[in-house]
Design a protein around this ligand. Structure first.
Ligand SMILES: Nc1ncnc2c1ncn2[C@@H]1O[C@H](COP(=O)(O)OP(=O)(O)OP(=O)(O)O)[C@@H](O)[C@H]1O
Ligand SMILES: [Mg+2]
Length: 148
């Protein structure tokens, strides 16, 4: 892509909208694919965006998901004004989930979303404040080693 150019896609996600949840992740994947990004990076982005979207939908009361692409990296941002995460270290652990029963019955709530976001991204930053909301920012390097 042209130096200095940034591609940006921004989508709103609604609370508990399981029907359309996941669409944003698919769209991000298609967008990157059409820009010639490798299948491996498209797959990683789609996993990260999907889990971040589902968390905003299930736990965050809805919010927005943003995709950015520049010469060095893919950035996925998920923002919500939900209840926030009380203990991020705990939330990052495999198997930890506060998902209610009706959400578990739909197949979510394994407590694997955040661990998978961590696994498939090169940088992960979570800003959260109880009662205010959560902003998750994940970076995936285009060349796999930080763009250096
Ligand atoms: N955006 C958010 N707002 C508030 N709490 C969150 C948010 N994202 C994650 N959490 C908290 O962190 C926990 C762990 O999240 P994680 O995505 O790993 O698991 P899960 O969403 O419960 O289950 P899974 O992702 O496997 O369906 C959640 O159960 C919830 O308590
Ligand atoms: Mg999750």
């Amino acid at each position: 892509m042209r130096p200095g150019k940034t591609i940006l896609v921004q989508r709103e996600v609604k609370p508990l909208d399981f029907l359309s949840a996941g669409e944003t992740a698919s769209e991000f994947k298609e967008t990157l694919k059409s820009l010639g990004i490798s299948a491996d990076l498209c797959r990683k982005t789609s996993i990260v965006a999907y889990e971040a979207e589902m968390n905003a939908v299930i736990h965050g009361g809805g919010g927005e998901i943003i995709l950015k692409l520049d010469e060095k990296s893919i950035t996925i941002v998920a923002k919500d004004q939900g209840p926030g995460i009380e203990n991020v270290n705990l939330a990052m652990q495999e198997g930890y989930s506060t998902a209610p029963d009706f959400v578990r019955e739909m197949g979510f709530g394994a407590g694997m979303g955040l661990p998978n976001i961590k696994k498939y991204s090169d940088e992960l930053n979570i800003e959260t404040e109880p009662g205010k909301g959560t902003t998750l920012r994940a970076l995936i390097y285009l060349d796999g080693n930080g763009g250096e």
